[in-house]
Design a protein around this ligand. Structure first.
Ligand SMILES: [Zn+2]
Length: 78
């Protein structure tokens, strides 16, 4: 598994690709994808980058909206 980047030795994250119907591994530092054989497929596009940034932003916004309560999940007592 191409878990680590050959260029920067950073950790890669698997991202599912709808068009290819498989997961590619992204290095967030080098901004490129490799396949399961560690071959570079393509670079991260601006659109994907924006989308990822936006997801992080939304996640942080949601967390700010619901402080703590959302994190605490308690089961009812039987
Ligand atoms: Zn890298």
């Amino acid at each position: 598994m191409p878990l680590f980047c050959k260029q920067c030795e950073g950790r890669r994250v698997p991202l599912f690709q709808k068009t290819e119907n498989t997961s590619f591994w992204l290095c967030e530092k080098c901004k490129n994808f490799v396949d399961a054989d560690d071959k570079i497929i393509r670079e991260l596009t601006e659109l994907e980058k924006e989308k990822m940034d936006k997801e992080v932003e939304d996640f942080e916004k949601d967390n700010a909206k619901f402080p703590k309560e959302k994190m605490v999940r308690r089961k009812g007592v039987n």
